[in-house]
Design a protein around this ligand. Structure first.
Ligand SMILES: C[S@@+](CC[C@H](N)C(=O)[O-])C[C@H]1O[C@@H](n2cnc3c(N)ncnc32)[C@H](O)[C@@H]1O
Length: 451
């Protein structure tokens, strides 16, 4: 019998229970679990796939489960997650034989529960394997069927259908249920794309040039974060669409820049690299623990023009004189619907009310920060969401109320051709990127110019 805490299925169960109980992020808990347990590469892969897969497919798994047990029957949370894990392996992983799925689940149930639970788990799983699962394609009405088949809450799916049409909305859901690619950003102060790919290859990491951002490298296999090259600051782990934000900002060496919502500093470091580490960047975040992360990243990258400060961006106006900055980035707190593939719990936790609330915060930050941009300077507003309310609606409202700003229509010229041609553009100054378009995170980027 495998030891409990090196068993990837039991660890996955533990992580899933904790995510639900503590509203924790899957990414962080997984990372911490992998660090604390002596797992081989194969087991890390299985653990990761099980955790992400079960959260992603939760609604579909729940539909399958309730074909065999009454919805009204009370079962402990850990038993529910154990059954989801077993159904996930049966439906989505083809290399695991039925008897292994049942035996593993029964062994875990035995270690955690009493005899009655062991018998229940054994009975339900054997019945499923004998009878097979019902076909969700038979569910009516259509919105319920799509919600269960694509495993997204129906309110969110409806929202995307209204915004993007049925085909795009379903493509968003499909992409959200896939594993996210890993990309890294080259630090041009230390190396370049081709040299980094060679350095990574020497460390056993397979990589190739990215498909969207010029400084991006896509990791094909291996853990890039666990290399000397990472420790020495040759690169930063960052999604390719997130890399486009620093291009939008157009900060030049010697400029004075404010990064108003900067933690944990992914984009701050990128802006500094593009400024050739000349000039000055003031990086704010509401939380002091996040400004510490920015400092750590700057040290790792050998950048010394970043100055951090824990401050609510809505109060920046009281601290800095008007027109202090050539460039300002507001990479705003948002619903995160563009990064569901990396943080699948977002789709189950966020509500329509959250979107309304966060849109108000975004509007306040924009209004308070705007006076700090110099005349002729630029303000980039970006989010990692795909909701119109937080994106184009926020920017249009701002432009209506601030005649001293106009959309910077030259933004499109600073984007890679593929984004210029296939992103969802408005007047060359605002672009919405959906996750299925370039296999990147969903992102919104806009650029405003102070007249
Ligand atoms: C989307 S994240 C920024 C990501 C960051 N730009 C990067 O690339 O690593 C938004 C950040 O805004 C911070 N935040 C939220 N409300 C804020 C406020 N009122 N003032 C300043 N920062 C805020 C959050 O703590 C969070 O770190």
């Amino acid at each position: 019998m495998a030891k409990p805490m090196t068993n990837p299925r039991e660890l996955a169960l533990d992580v899933l229970i904790r995510i639900e109980k503590n509203h924790a992020y899957s990414q962080l808990l997984l990372h911490e679990t992998i660090k604390r347990h002596p797992l081989n590469k194969k087991d890390i892969g299985l653990l990761t796939q099980l955790v992400y897969g079960v959260i992603q497919r939760r609604l579909t798994l729940d539909y399958y489960l309730h074909a065999f047990i009454d919805k009204k029957k009370k079962i402990d949370a850990w038993v529910k997650w154990l059954l989801y894990l077993s159904i996930y392996q049966k439906v989505y992983l083809d290399k695991i034989p039925d008897h292994a799925i049942v035996n593993e689940a029964v062994n875990i149930a035995r270690r955690r529960g009493h005899k009655g639970i062991v018998g229940f788990v054994n009975g339900v799983l054997r019945q499923m394997i004998r009878k097979g699962f019902p076909d969700p394609a038979d569910i009516t009405p259509e919105n319920k069927r799509l919600s269960i088949m694509y495993s997204h809450p129906s309110w969110l799916l409806e929202r995307w259908i209204n915004l993007y049409g049925l085909d795009e909305a379903l493509a968003i859901c499909e992409t959200n249920n896939q594993p996210a690619p890993v990309s890294v950003r080259v630090n041009p102060l230390k190396t370049d794309v081709q040299r980094l790919i060679q350095t990574l290859a020497d460390a056993g990491i397979e990589a190739e040039p990215g498909a969207v951002a010029p400084e991006a490298v896509t990791i094909i296999s291996g853990n890039a974060a666990d290399t000397m090259a990472y420790k020495e600051g040759l690169f930063t782990i960052q999604d390719e669409s997130s890399m486009l934000v620093a291009h939008a900002l157009d900060a030049k060496p010697g400029m004075t820049v404010l990064d108003a919502c900067a933690g944990p500093g992914g984009k701050t470091g990128h802006i500094a690299e593009k400024m050739d580490n000349h000039g000055s960047i003031c990086a704010l975040d509401l939380h002091a623990h996040k400004t510490k992360l920015i400092d750590q990243q700057a040290n790792r990258l050998d950048i010394d023009i970043i100055h951090t400060r824990a401050l609510d961006a809505r109060k920046a106006n009281d601290v800095f004189p008007a027109e202090s900055f050539d460039r300002i980035l507001i990479d705003a707190p948002c619903s995160g619907f563009g990064v569901i593939r990396r943080k699948p719990e977002i789709k189950w936790e966020k509500t329509e009310k959250d979107v309304e609330q966060i849109a108000k915060v975004q509007a306040d930050i924009l209004d308070q920060i705007a006076p700090l941009v110099k005349a002729g300077g630029k303000l980039v507003y970006s989010t990692c969401t795909i909701d119109r309310k937080e994106n184009t609606d926020t920017v249009n409202r701002f432009l209506n109320e601030h005649p001293e700003f106009e959309l910077d229509e030259s933004l499109i010229n600073r984007m890679p051709d593929i984004v210029g041609q296939h992103g969802q553009w408005q007047n060359g100054g605002m672009v919405q990127i959906l996750p299925q378009q370039f296999q990147t995170d969903g992102f919104f980027i806009s650029c405003l110019k102070r007249i």
